[in-house]
Design a protein around this ligand. Structure first.
Ligand code: TNX
Length: 532
C-alpha cells in the first residue's frame, strides 16, 4: 500500500523527498498527447495558481521543475498501462498510448488531491509507479429512463468516473417509464414517450399505489449526446447506449401503438416493475422502426458496442397475437418463447452489418445466443460461464455485488427508500468477477464488470450520488487492482482520505464511518423528498 491511491497501482515504490509544483516551468509532450498534457497543465495551474506551459520539443529542457510525457511503443503494448517516476527534479510519465498517459495523469491528480500525511502541499512524493488495469471493461451504468438526469449531472458523473479510472459509461436511455433520446424520424418518441403523467410515491410493494400527480420527463437532443460523447471521449471513456427491446418498451408503444401486439392505447408507465406490453415480434413494422432508430443511434454513438437490453421480456402478448404466432410458424420455431432469440438475432445481423457489436443482458442466452453477442449477466454468474465457454465476451453486472440501487446498510430505517436487498460496501469490495469453475483458457472472455444505477427510487442526481458513492470507488479497485493486492481494512483507510475530496467536488456520498448519511437530512429522503 502507498499513500491514498484508489484504485491501488500494480507496483509502487516510494522514496524520500518530493517534487515541488511551485518550481514547474513546463510540460514537455509528444505529438499525439497534447490533450493529456493540457489536461495536466490545467490541473497544475488550478493547484498552484500559476500558468504551466506545454511544449512539443524535449530538447534543452531545464534541469529541474520539468514534467515529461512520453509515448513509447513497447513490444507487448497494453494501451492502458503507464509508468510514473517522480524525482525531486523531474516527473516522467510514460505510456504506449494516449489513454495510458491519461490514466497516469489521473494518478498524478489523485496524488495531489488526496495527499498522504507526509507529503507537503502542492508537491508530489518521490516514487516509481508501474501500473496497468486487471480488466479492460471497467464500467458504470446509469438509468436515465426511470428518472431523467440533467446533462450537467452526466458530465459530472463522467468526470468522477475518470478520476477512478472507469472507462465505460453504459447509458440506459429507454424503458417502460420513458424514452430519453431524440430520434429525428420519430418525433413522437420525444413528444410523447419522454413524458409520463405522474410517478409512483413510495415502494411499488406498498398498495394501494399513490402517485405524485407531477408530470415527469425529459430527453437528450442530438447536440446533448454529441457533447456527452465528446466529453467522455476526452476522458477515454467509451459510451455504450442502451435501447431496450423487445421488452421494457411500453413508453414507445404510447407514441407508436402499431408496434405492439394490442391496439392500445398505451401510456408511459407510472409504476415500477415489468410491463407485459412489449414490441410485437410478428410485424415487420417493428423491425423497420428499430432499423431506423438504431441507424440514428449509430450516427450519434461512434463506439463499437450497442446495448439492446433484452432483459425481462414477458411472452404474454406474443402468445395471443396472430402476427407473432404466424412468425413462429413461418420461422419454424418451437414456441413463442423462441421469438426472443429470433428478435435479438435479427437485430444483431443489422448491427453487425454496420460494424457494431451487440450487447445484451443475460436473458439473450434464452433460446440460443446471437452469434457475436457480448453477454451481460446480471442474475446468474453461470450465464457468464456458459457464454464464455461458447467463446462470447462477457461483462458482469451482478445484482449480488454491483447493483447500487440496493440498500447500503441493514438498518434501512436510516436509509432512503430503496428497491430492497442490501449491498454493503465490503461486499462490493469482495466481488470477484472471474467465476469459479471457468476454465483458465476462457478467462480472456471476461472483459470486466460494471456497477448498476437503476433509478426507480433515485429521483435526483444527489440521490444517485448517495447510492453510488462510495460503492463505485470500491468497485474501481475490484476492476483495476489484482485480487491478491486487495485488502478491505486498508482500503477503508485510504477511502477516508477521499471523503474530503468528494465533499469539495460536491458529491453527496454516504459516509461509511457512521451508519448514517453524510450531511443530508435523512428523514426527508424517507418521505420520498429529494436531496437538498
Ligand atoms: C432488473 S437488471 C432490471 C431493471 C430494474 C432492476 C432493479 C435488468 C437487466 N433489469 O429493469 O431496474 O432490476 O434492480
Amino acid at each position: 500500500m502507498f499513500g491514498n491511491l484508489i484504485p491501488q497501482p500494480a507496483v509502487c515504490v516510494a522514496s524520500p523527498g518530493c517534487f515541488r509544483l511551485e518550481g514547474v516551468s513546463c510540460i514537455s509532450m509528444p505529438a499525439g498527447a497534447r490533450h493529456e498534457a493540457e489536461l495536466l497543465a490545467d490541473i497544475l495551474t488550478a493547484k498552484t495558481g500559476r500558468e504551466v506551459h506545454v511544449r512539443l520539443d524535449a530538447d534543452n529542457l531545464p534541469r529541474s521543475g520539468v514534467i515529461v510525457l512520453l509515448l513509447e511503443v513497447q513490444e507487448e503494448t497494453v494501451n492502458e498501462a503507464y509508468s510514473l517516476r517522480v524525482t525531486e527534479d523531474r516527473v516522467t510519465l510514460r505510456a504506449a498510448a494516449p489513454c495510458g498517459l491519461f490514466l497516469g495523469v489521473q494518478t498524478i491528480r489523485q496524488l495531489l488531491d488526496v495527499p498522504d500525511s507526509e507529503t507537503p502541499p502542492a508537491s508530489l512524493p518521490c516514487l516509481e509507479i508501474s501500473d496497468l488495469p486487471r480488466f479492460g471493461w471497467r464500467g458504470m451504468h446509469l438509468d436515465c429512463a426511470r428518472h431523467f438526469m440533467p446533462k450537467r449531472f452526466i458530465l459530472k458523473f463522467l468526470d468522477l468516473m475518470a478520476r477512478y479510472k472507469f472507462n465505460v459509461f453504459h447509458w440506459h436511455l429507454t424503458d417502460d417509464q420513458g424514452w430519453r433520446l431524440e430520434i429525428l424520424r420519430y418525433p413522437r418518441l420525444t413528444e410523447i414517450s419522454a413524458w409520463r403523467e405522474e410517478t409512483l410515491v413510495g415502494h411499488v410493494d406498498q398498495t394501494p399505489h399513490r402517485f405524485d400527480g407531477k408530470r415527469h420527463g425529459g430527453y437528450y437532443t442530438r447536440e446533448d449526446v454529441k457533447e456527452i460523447v465528446a466529453y467522455a471521449a476526452a476522458r477515454h471513456i467509451r459510451v455504450v447506449p442502451e435501447i431496450e427491446m423487445p421488452g421494457h418498451t411500453q413508453a414507445v408503444l404510447a407514441a407508436y401503438p402499431d408496434l405492439g401486439c394490442l391496439p392500445g392505447p398505451y401510456s408511459p408507465r407510472k409504476i415500477w416493475g415489468i410491463s407485459e406490453d412489449v414490441f410485437c415480434a410478428g410485424r415487420e413494422k417493428t423491425f423497420a422502426f428499430l432499423k431506423d432508430v438504431l441507424g440514428e443511434v449509430m450516427e450519434m454513438f461512434p463506439g463499437p458496442y450497442i446495448h439492446i437490453g433484452g432483459d425481462e421480456c414477458p411472452k404474454t402478448r406474443w402468445r395471443d397475437c396472430p402476427a407473432c404466432r404466424r412468425r413462429v410458424q413461418e420461422e419454424g420455431l418451437a414456441s413463442v418463447s423462441e421469438l426472443q432469440s429470433y428478435f435479438i438475432k435479427r437485430v444483431e445481423t443489422f448491427l453487425n452489418a454496420h460494424g457494431r457489436t451487440l450487447v445484451g443482458w443475460g436473458e439473450i442466452l434464452e433460446g440460443g445466443l446471437a452469434p457475436n453477442a457480448v453477454v451481460m449477466p446480471w442474475r446468474f454468474p453461470e450465464d457468464g460461464v456458459q457464454a464464455a465457454r461458447a467463446g462470447h465476451d462477457v461483462v458482469f453486472a451482478p445484482e449480488s455485488h454491483a447493483y447500487f440501487d440496493l440498500y447500503q446498510s441493514e438498518d434501512i430505517q436510516k436509509e432512503p427508500l430503496s428497491i430492497g436487498g442490501c449491498l454493503p460496501l465490503d461486499k462490493v469490495y469482495a466481488y470477484e468477477p472471474v467465476p469459479e469453475g471457468l476454465p483458465p483458457e476462457c478467462h480472456r472472455y471476461i472483459l470486466g464488470a460494471q456497477g448498476q444505477l437503476w433509478t426507480e427510487y433515485m429521483p435526483t442526481p444527489e440521490h444517485v450520488e448517495y447510492m453510488a458513492f462510495p460503492r463505485m470507488i470500491a468497485l474501481s479497485e475490484v476492476l483495476w487492482t489484482t485480487k491478491g493486492q486487495r485488502n478491505y481494512e486498508e482500503f477503508l483507510t485510504r477511502l477516508t482520505g477521499h471523503l474530503p475530496l468528494l465533499t469539495r467536488l460536491g458529491v453527496c456520498f454516504r459516509n461509511p464511518a457512521q451508519d448514517q448519511r453524510g450531511g443530508v437530512d435523512n428523514a426527508k429522503l424517507r418521505d420520498g423528498e429529494v436531496f437538498a
